[in-house]
Design a binder for this molecule. Structure first.
Ligand SMILES: Cc1ncc(COP(=O)(O)O)c(C=O)c1O
Length: 429
């Protein structure tokens, strides 16, 4: 039987040095069930990161497994040169759910490819290569996507065909406008956007791309309404607003189905991926028909919306809607936050507990300052793992814990995680 260490050594020999593993002693996950996973050595963990918010309804869910098996037994691949029933059905569901009027859906295999597609649409529609992105953003790993990534750890190159200017607002804790009340913070961010457009662009900008809550950026959560206020400025210039719902979509924030809904607006374009297929390789972009159809050439993704992924997507969305997992995310998110709040407040080395629903971040700092303390985040992560709980890590300085279980998480599982996190924080105080 392979051990965690054997597999790590083998991976290192054949993989890039920059393919990072989360833990000091990385584990190889062998199988899962519900909200639990087992590594190849048989150790069991409560999974509160869900493959980076992707296993949205849990592991080995019979409805999803059956949908994939039945589709695999019929046909695995046809390409978009032929019409595919699972893809049509999924597109109808996503178009309806998106809230975007006259919506058209294009499927991809990942969030990165969805970002590329959205930027292609916006730049073609507006005939401009100027793009606005938020500071501390992450939108994927391709050459185009890294160009709109305002996060040093994930920006390997500055070469790009698009001209990007970065806007303030997504990360209140490390914004120069920190400390202002919400209304003043939003006004200052609006003023910054106006200045960026006036001072750093020629005005005819294609789009602003933004995550409602920044995922890789450490669940940085702006005040509700921020993007609504920014969009008013964009509208004056005809600049499109793209909402990256790769992490915030499908009810994860609890209060809404999409992250953008906290801002009282409807985006012109939306991207999605991760949780839509509960782990199947699936992403996409939604836009109004006039924007989607503005591309004056053929465009194709051979695997985008393939029958297996689309069948998984249809089954996942049905499950989310039929079981009101958005409602569960709201209730369980509140239970998690109220469970860990006291211990978080007792720790002078925790700057902030933030997020919405089942997307909660804990930012670690040196006590009494805002100086990032990534080693404390690392220690907390390892203590949780040693106690049988997997959580994630991220943030600009690697100093933010990310807690984001599948949307099906139960009260007992939340309580178990709360005990483990509380024990770890108390031991570190
Ligand atoms: C907000 C956001 N957009 C896009 C992406 C890229 O998705 P993928 O890794 O599927 O290419 C990610 C991945 O973490 C993400 O968090």
């Amino acid at each position: 039987m392979a051990t965690n260490q054997d597999l790590l050594e083998r991976r290192k020999r054949v993989s890039p040095s920059w393919l990072i593993a989360l833990h000091d002693q990385p584990i190889a996950i062998d199988r899962g069930e519900g909200r639990h996973v087992w590594d190849v050595e048989g150790n069991r963990y409560l999974d509160f990161f869900g493959g980076i918010l992707t296993t949205s309804i849990g592991h080995a869910v019979p409805e999803i497994t059956t949908a994939i098996q039945q589709q695999a037994a019929k046909i695995i691949h046809t390409s978009t040169l032929y019409v595919s029933e699972p893809m049509v059905e999924l597109a109808e569901m996503v178009a309806e759910l998106s809230g975007i009027p006259d919506a058209r859906v294009f499927f991809t295999t990942s969030g990165t490819e969805a970002t590329d597609a959205a930027l292609l649409l916006a730049t073609c529609y507006r005939r401009s290569n100027q793009v606005l992105a938020m500071r501390n953003s992450y939108h994927g790993r391709s050459f185009t996507a890294v160009a709109v990534t305002g996060h040093r750890s994930w920006s390997p190159t500055s070469f790009s065909g698009i001209n990007v200017s970065y806007v303030q607002g997504s990360y209140p804790l490390r914004s120069p406008f920190r400390g202002l009340d919400e209304a003043a913070y939003i006004s200052a961010s609006v003023e910054d956007l106006e200045q960026v457009i006036d001072m750093m662009t020629s005005g005819d900008v294609a789009c602003l791309l933004a995550e409602p809550i920044q995922g890789v950026g450490g669940f940085a959560t702006p005040p509700d309404g921020l993007f609504g206020s920014l969009k008013k400025v964009l509208d004056n210039y005809g600049i499109l607003y793209i909402s990256d719902e790769v992490q915030t979509g499908w009810g994860r924030t609890g209060e809404h189905f999409w992250g953008y809904q906290a801002h009282g607006i409807t985006p012109d374009i939306m991207t999605f991926a991760k949780g839509v297929g509960n782990g199947a390789s699936l992403g996409g972009v939604v836009a109004r028909a006039e924007i989607m159809d503005s591309i004056g050439a053929n465009s194709i993704s051979t695997f985008g919306g393939n029958p297996i992924s689309a069948a998984a997507g249809v089954a996942t969305l049905r499950y989310i809607l039929e079981h009101d997992l958005q409602g569960n995310a709201a209730v369980m998110g509140e239970r998690l936050v109220s469970g860990i709040r006291a211990s978080v407040e007792s720790a002078p080395w925790i700057a902030e507990l933030r997020g919405k629903g089942l997307m909660q971040g804990i930012e670690t700092v040196r006590a009494g300052s805002l100086e990032p303390a990534p080693e404390l985040a690392g220690e907390l992560l390892e203590r949780c793992k040693a106690d049988g709980l997997l959580i994630g890590k991220g943030g600009l300085y690697g100093n933010v814990l990310r807690i984001s279980p599948p949307l099906t998480v139960t009260a007992d599982e939340i309580d178990e995680a709360v005990s483990i996190i509380t024990r770890a924080i108390t031991a570190m105080n």
